[in-house]
Design a protein around this ligand. Structure first.
Ligand SMILES: [Ca+2]
Length: 457
């Protein structure tokens, strides 16, 4: 499309212009110079009357006409050169100034380029890594979603029912605790006044239970005996029914109510509860106790004495070991034990050692002939430099320990019978043990030792 210029066509404009040039007779270029018209139109200037001087060219320095009135020449080549030379010095200086800057710029731009390309590579790597991560995240998201669904299902379905069960358990526990609290408070009420023997002791007395039996004391209960007239009488439980009666109970275990891990003096003088009221107004219910080494020694030294050791497991099976000879020496002789004449079903642990062992291992479990040991008085058959390596310390009670035992009637009481080394205080078989019947890791429910004078038929 043609562009209109002030109503006149381009072609016409160009043509008119040309005509104007022809009219004035010089080019537009010439008009830029300040020149007298006369020079360019010699026909209109008067002819000079002065003699013609040889025309001199302007010297290289000046750029004027020879005649001043003719004015200044247009810039000539020489002038331009001079100017250019002048300018070129400045330009050269500037270029020289610029060059090092340019160099350093190109240098830095070079390193910037390198850096940029490095960044580009890194960016690419990162992008790849991101992609991998994205894949991984997607994978995990799927797995997570599955897990979430699983957990949610469990939370929605199982937990409420579990909570219901737990609530019931809690309710049961709460009622049990309430019952226990009631029991405790009633016990506390009972114990406000010091416990006294609230049962009658039979008038009949004797040196020991066999004498009482012969005097007419035929019920099993607590009596007073006085083996030696030089010592005050004391309470003891007499078994008047087992194997014709007349037994003085010197040891009894039945419920774990008494701690048997005691000192030399405690075993010497005796401890525990002899008997309590069974409801008939008499002390016919034996308690857990040790009569005391001093008393046991005295009774066995009244004359030939036999002993009956009875025991019961947690299924109410009963066995016994009877020794027709049973003597305990005095304290000066460390209450040394001697037994003889075994009869019974429990196994002859005291004289022969543990039947499951052989050789020295067996003989070191024999109790016959051993001294009495407690955790604070080591008279056992185990010679060890370490003061903690003592039978009475490891096996829980006072006894005629060797190295160490086949029988441990004064050991720790374990509810239920079977126990393990990790339940034991020192990892040893410290229960109420009779190895020849139940081996080492079974603790009896009941164990008792009774003595009476031995009469040979
Ligand atoms: Ca020892």
């Amino acid at each position: 499309m043609m562009k209109k210029m002030g109503g006149m066509k381009q072609e016409e404009r160009t043509r008119k212009h040309r005509l104007m040039q022809e009219d004035t007779g010089h080019s537009l270029q010439d008009k830029n110079c300040l020149q007298p018209e006369g020079l360019l139109h010699p026909q209109s200037v008067e002819v000079a009357t002065e003699p013609v001087r040889p025309k001199l060219q302007p010297d290289s320095g000046g750029c004027k006409h020879l005649q001043d009135e003719l004015g200044v020449l247009c810039p000539t080549g020489c002038e331009l050169r001079t100017n250019l030379l002048k300018q070129s010095r400045n330009v050269k200086n500037s270029v020289a100034n610029i060059r090092p800057k340019l160099e350093s710029l190109s240098h830095s731009s070079n390193s910037i380029f390198k850096y940029a390309s490095l960044l580009g590579e890194k960016f690419k790597e990162r992008q790849e890594l991101n992609k991998e991560n994205e894949n991984l995240i997607n994978e995990y998201s799927i797995e997570l979603e599955e897990q979430y669904t699983y957990i949610k299902e469990n939370v929605d379905n199982n937990i409420p029912s579990n909570i219901r069960i737990l609530r019931q358990v809690l309710e049961n526990l709460r009622s049990k605790i309430q019952k226990l609290e009631a029991t405790i408070s009633s016990q506390v009420e009972n114990c406000r006044s010091p416990c006294v023997t609230s049962c009658n002791i039979p008038v009949v007395s004797g040196k020991e239970c066999e004498e009482i039996y012969r005097k007419g004391g035929e019920t099993s209960e607590m009596y007073l005996i006085q083996p030696d007239a030089f010592f005050r009488p004391y309470k003891v439980y007499c078994d008047m029914t087992t194997q014709d009666g007349g037994w003085t109970v010197i040891q009894n275990r039945q419920d774990g109510s008494v701690n048997f891990g005691r000192t030399w003096d405690s075993y010497k003088n005796g401890f525990g509860n002899v008997a309590s009221n069974g409801g008939k107004g008499v002390c016919d219910t034996p308690g857990e106790y040790w009569l005391g080494n001093e008393r046991i020694s005295q009774i066995t030294n009244l004359g030939p004495t036999e002993a009956l050791i009875e025991m019961e497991d947690w299924d109410n099976n009963k066995v016994s070991a009877k020794y027709t000879g049973f003597t305990v020496q005095n304290e000066a002789n460390k209450y040394q034990l001697s037994v003889s004449g075994y009869q019974g079903t429990a196994g002859n642990a005291l004289m022969e050692g543990a039947s499951e062992l052989r050789g020295e291992n067996r003989t070191m479990t024999i109790h016959n002939g051993m001294f009495f040991s407690t955790y604070d008085r080591d008279n056992d058959g185990w010679l060890h430099a370490d003061p903690n390596k003592q039978c009475a310390k490891e096996d829980g009670g006072g006894w005629w320990y060797n190295r160490c035992h086949s029988a441990n009637p004064n050991g720790r009481y374990y509810w239920g019978g079977y126990y393990t080394y990790d339940m034991a205080k020192h990892g040893t078989d410290d229960g109420v043990v009779w190895m020849n019947w139940k081996k080492s890791w079974y603790s009896m429910k009941k164990m008792s030792i009774k003595i009476r004078p031995f009469f040979s038929n």
